[in-house]
Design a protein around this ligand. Structure first.
Ligand SMILES: [Zn+2]
Length: 231
């Protein structure tokens, strides 16, 4: 029984004992399996990948549930979508794996669904900003009949979504009592809006994206609906 391998180890039971326990007890086998998924030890690369995605999914769902109930900006947008006749049920906000190479955190489908890219968030605050951003797009789609193929329409909604979500720290500014937007905020909104319009399949180049953003900037940046109803 006492092989040189196992007798020197104090932290793990001898291999023979492990084998016996595993074979005899289904509960132990189940526990061992669970431990393997938690630690990644003893899994095939495919299983390890799946386990990592499941953990990301669970984390995303937990944050989502908390944000839907407690985030001031998310709750506010959901309320105004409901008032506009476009209620968004929680099951239409979906956690899913996204193409990591695209570097996206979320997306909006005009059919009435939002995708949150599980694993695409630096933290719950980032997810809150992303969800608020996508809800602004959804509000625009509901209230203003946006043609997403039209670069100026798209630019307008991106300006609003980036300005009104926490993407460029709108809420932090509000919390400090600032009503006027800082220059930095405007630069951030403009840069992010151009990036998003550039990704529109109908956008030929960077210059076209910048042009679309510039053309609608004044009116769309000033349009803070539904947030202006706070005051
Ligand atoms: Zn956007």
């Amino acid at each position: 029984m006492d092989s040189p391998n196992t007798s020197s180890s104090s932290s793990t039971p001898p291999a023979s004992a492990q084998k016996t326990a595993t074979e005899e007890s289904p509960a132990f086998r189940k526990w061992l399996r669970k431990a393997a998924f938690a630690t990644g030890v003893g899994l095939t690369p495919e299983e390890r990948q799946q386990s990592a995605e499941e953990q990301k999914y669970r984390m995303c769902e937990t944050w989502k549930r908390e944000l839907l109930n407690y985030s001031p900006s998310v709750v506010f947008m959901l309320k105004h979508l409901r008032l506009s006749g476009c209620a968004v049920p929680p099951e239409n906000i979906v956690c899913a794996p996204c193409d990591a190479a695209a570097g996206r955190a979320g997306g909006f489908h005009p059919a009435g669904a939002i995708v949150l890219c599980q694993g695409g968030f630096g933290g719950k605050r980032h997810m809150e900003d992303t969800l608020t951003h996508e809800l602004v797009h959804m509000y625009d789609h509901c209230a203003f009949k946006v043609d997403w193929a039209d670069l100026r329409h798209h630019a307008c909604s991106e300006i609003r979504a980036n300005s009104l979500s926490g993407d460029c720290r709108f809420f932090r500014e509000l919390g400090r009592g600032f009503v006027a937007f800082s220059k930095q905020h405007q630069t951030c909104v403009r840069r992010r809006a151009v990036l998003s319009v550039r990704a529109n399949p109908n956008c030929p180049d960077e210059a076209a994206a910048e042009r679309a953003v510039n053309e609608v900037w004044e009116s769309c940046f000033a349009d803070t609906r539904p947030f202006d109803e706070i005051y």
